[in-house]
Design a binder for this molecule. Structure first.
Ligand SMILES: [Cu+2]
Length: 259
């Protein structure tokens, strides 16, 4: 019995330590930071509760395994009040913590009027169609870049997402950006990218035979690189060219599946 208890206590301690020792990895965007932090917070609550329930269960199974004459539990008002209040406090914490994240404009964008951004955002228009994407920059001369989005680091980015035909989905998992693309409607998603790099995006709503080829890329670059890129795009679009001259569009690097 002592050994079992010792084993359970050590297992519990290891779990708790592992949960807290997990280093807060650098997050790719403001949205990813909010969502991943909430996830960890909820995990810190869920792990002790899970362990506690399992310990009580195992204890009861072992302790009463040879009980031939089981008696019903007596009413214990104090215990009932305790677990009711404890549960209420935990649920309240979960609710408040989740609402705080859900109400953040980097998770649920409230619309252009409600958003109070300190810095002028980069605006990207993303139009989905069967089967591809047409990205454009309406506030930079409306040039199109095919399946390529380029945005500067540490500046708000607003993506207006719509569809030409059926329902698609705009999803960039690493930046924690996801929103449906509806025909005849514009849905907006916002974030602030923190880490330079190339992020894979794709359609998250099954939309037909070539759904799996609806890739796009989000490239996060420095402010200076972004300015240069915009100037280059504006020059090439006024000269008759159109799309992504910096690098090949995502569809070229994505696995080419037979149509
Ligand atoms: Cu699609």
């Amino acid at each position: 019995m002592r050994k079992t208890r010792l084993a359970l206590v050590s297992a519990f301690s290891v779990l708790v330590l592992a949960a807290f020792a997990d280093p807060a990895a650098a997050q790719a965007s403001a949205s990813a930071e909010l969502i991943n932090e909430l996830n960890s917070k909820l995990l810190y609550i869920a792990i002790p509760i899970t362990v506690l329930v399992e310990v009580i269960l195992l204890y009861a199974v072992v302790k009463f395994r040879k009980n031939d004459n089981p008696l019903p539990t007596k009413e214990n008002r104090r215990l009932e009040i305790t677990w009711t209040i404890a549960t209420a406090i935990i649920l309240l914490f979960v609710g408040v913590a989740s609402y705080g994240v859900l109400a953040n404009e980097n998770v649920t964008y409230p619309g252009s009027d409600a958003a109070d951004m300190q810095e002028e955002p980069v605006v990207v228009h993303a139009e989905a169609y069967q089967w591809g994407w047409e990205m454009s920059y309406p506030e930079e001369g409306n040039f199109s870049t095919g399946t390529q989005i380029v945005v500067p680091k540490d500046r708000p980015v607003v993506v207006h997402v719509t569809s030409r035909d059926v329902i698609h989905g705009f999803h960039v998992p690493e930046l924690a950006m996801k929103i449906d693309a509806f025909p005849g409607q514009i849905n907006t998603v916002k974030t602030v990218p923190y880490e330079e790099g190339e992020y894979q995006g794709y359609c998250s709503e099954f939309c037909g035979v070539s759904h799996s080829q609806m890739y796009f890329t989000v490239e996060v670059v420095s402010q200076q690189e972004y300015q240069n890129w915009v100037a280059e795009q504006q020059n090439s679009s006024s000269g008759g060219g159109n799309s992504g001259s910096v690098e090949a569009p995502a569809s070229a690097s994505a696995p080419a599946l037979a149509q």
